[in-house]
Design a protein around this ligand. Structure first.
Ligand SMILES: Cc1cc2nc3c(=O)[nH]c(=O)nc-3n(C[C@H](O)[C@H](O)[C@H](O)COP(=O)(O)OP(=O)(O)OC[C@H]3O[C@@H](n4cnc5c(N)ncnc54)[C@H](O)[C@@H]3O)c2cc1C
Length: 496
């Protein structure tokens, strides 16, 4: 197998397949060809919590991973400014990774509505533990927490360049062959890739994995008209990324912040040594200079800027991720704007599916079809979930936000569900038949109710129903804060 590309996609896939096929015995030769002249995209610094299980399953040491990538912990995403201010205050809600299943006759979400708690508190504050950690500025771990375990599920903030370097070292140590070279020719015969050539060699293989980023250098040679654009549903097609120094005494935050600006939104991701920020925006509505100026103003004139990069984003996915003997993954396979930090997660999903679908001695059309159906499903579901964040807005202060509610017209399932969810809570069964492996009913609820799309319910509860559930939750919130360390302290211990 030849993998072309040495970004997160190339190295995560190499580490995974090598572990699965070669851990005790050699069943698959894996070579990664990486151009020394074409850099990696260098963004992609926040993860969802399931990426933790990927690193754990690869046998990587969590503390070493975090030390080598200047990493920090992430308990979720704080969304700011996605609706008009409420009572003169910036609108905010938190999307954690955690799901509480408290409640008897009714689940905690229904109880929260029926007790009319929405009149006085934010949904996430009322139903989860992670918000208590956020408010306290705590890591999801205590002094004695075992690797990869915390009091609530968590992901990471990691330096993307350092992560690729770290995974490369681990892959090479485990037996993956690494070649530095730029692929200049792709030989195709009978709908398959026969070989790729670098300046001084020709590399044959039975399977090629295209990890060349937005270029899609290999997969594009095999099939024309193989891209489904999501630009109507998700119009943000550009980003300006800025790295800034943390100010004196500023502790890294254990969560990502996503603040809505004029034509998109800005991420803020704190590493141990710096903050990664960026403005994801609709390039049809503003120039790159205007976007950079707005981001700099948002960060404040005092910010010490280390680096500024402008990026074009191709939002959508392959109709077929696997064509002939070539599989495209990472940005070569597709891209959904990074609002829910899902890039590495999608690579993780694809690597898992490659592992299972490549087990037969020969590639079969059935395996290819199955892989393509599942990958398309992941991207389609994720598209709808990200659109949910936009389409419920009541902001009307720019053309971008005035147009946002109509983005749901490109998501049939979501549009129909939003009507249904006017009179019932969103529940697990609503997602039956979907491909969503990351975002389930609980995640939908955090966004729906964070964006104040509350259902009108017609049930009547006994006056004390639910009181116990909320008392228990409140006690648990106090407990997790007592059990965990301030984030800065947790990171200092990790790095000392
Ligand atoms: C603005 C933005 C923000 C993002 N934020 C997040 C986030 O917070 N969380 C997240 O999970 N994901 C995020 N992503 C997605 C994430 O960056 C990518 O999914 C991830 O980095 C994988 O990239 P890649 O490896 O596919 O491509 P790249 O990093 O672009 O790597 C491509 C590789 O291909 C090689 N290559 C290219 N051409 C050739 C050639 N001819 N010969 C040899 N080698 C070649 C290059 O050298 C490079 O090694 C973000 C993406 C963008 C655009």
């Amino acid at each position: 197998m030849v993998i072309v590309g040495g970004g997160s996609a190339g190295w995560m896939t190499a580490v995974y397949l090598n572990r699965l096929y070669n851990h005790s015995g050699k069943n698959l030769d894996i070579t990664v060809i990486e151009s020394p002249d074409i850099g990696i995209i260098g963004v992609g610094e926040a993860t969802v919590h399931s990426v933790r299980f990927f690193f754990a399953a690869m046998g990587l040491d969590e503390a070493e991973l975090l030390r080598e990538t200047n990493g920090s912990y992430k308990t979720g995403i704080l969304f700011r400014n996605w609706m008009k201010p409420v009572g003169g205050k910036t609108h905010e809600y938190f999307h954690p990774f955690e799901h509480q299943r408290l409640g008897r006759t009714l689940d905690i979400s229904s109880l929260w509505f029926l007790n009319e708690r929405f009149k006085t508190e934010r949904y996430d504050e009322g139903v989860c533990l992670s918000t208590a950690l956020l408010n306290a500025g705590h890591a999801p771990k205590g002094a004695g927490s075992p690797p990869y375990q915390g009091v609530v599920p968590y992901g990471y903030h990691i330096d993307a360049v350092l992560l690729a370097r770290f995974l490369r070292r681990k892959a090479v140590e485990a037996g993956v062959r690494h070649i530095e070279g730029t692929v200049t020719d792709v030989e195709v015969a009978d709908g398959n890739i026969r070989a790729v050539s670098t300046a001084d060699a020709r590399h044959e293989a039975d399977i090629f994995i295209d990890c060349t980023g937005f270029r899609g250098l290999l997969i594009d040679k095999l099939k024309a008209d193989n891209w489904e654009s999501f630009e109507h549903a998700l119009p943000c097609n550009r980003a300006v990324a800025i790295q800034r120094e943390l100010a004196e005494g500023e502790e890294p935050k254990p969560y990502t912040t996503a603040t809505a600006l004029t034509n998109g939104w800005a991420w803020q991701i704190d590493l141990v040594n710096r903050q990664g920020t960026g403005y994801v925006y609709d390039g049809n509505r503003m120039s790159q200079d205007e976007a950079e100026a707005e981001l700099r103003a948002f960060l404040g004139p005092q910010s010490s800027i280390l680096k500024c990069t402008h990026l074009k984003m191709k939002v959508g996915c392959r109709r077929d991720f696997w064509v002939g003997n070539c599989i495209a993954t990472g940005l070569a396979g597709g891209f959904i704007e990074p609002l829910e930090s899902t890039g590495l997660h999608l690579i993780n999903l694809a690597a898992g599916l490659m592992g299972t679908h490549l087990a037969a001695p020969e590639i079969t059309p059935g395996a290819r079809h199955s892989f393509n159906r599942l990958m398309r499903g992941f991207y389609q579901d994720l598209k709808q979930f990200v659109v949910l964040h936009y389409c419920l807005t009541d902001r009307d202060d720019s053309d971008f936000w005035r147009a946002a509610p109509a983005t749901v017209d490109h998501c049939d399932w979501l549009k129909a569900q939003l009507e249904v969810w006017k009179h019932k809570v969103c529940e697990f069964h609503d997602l039956a038949g979907s491909f969503s492996t990351t975002f389930s009913d609980e995640n939908y609820r955090y966004i729906l109710y964070g964006m104040q799309h509350y259902p009108e319910l017609r049930m009547a509860l006994a006056p004390d129903e639910g009181a116990r559930v909320f008392a228990d939750l409140s006690q648990m919130q106090q407990n997790v804060v007592a059990l965990t360390l301030p984030h800065g302290e947790a990171l200092r211990r990790l790095n000392s």
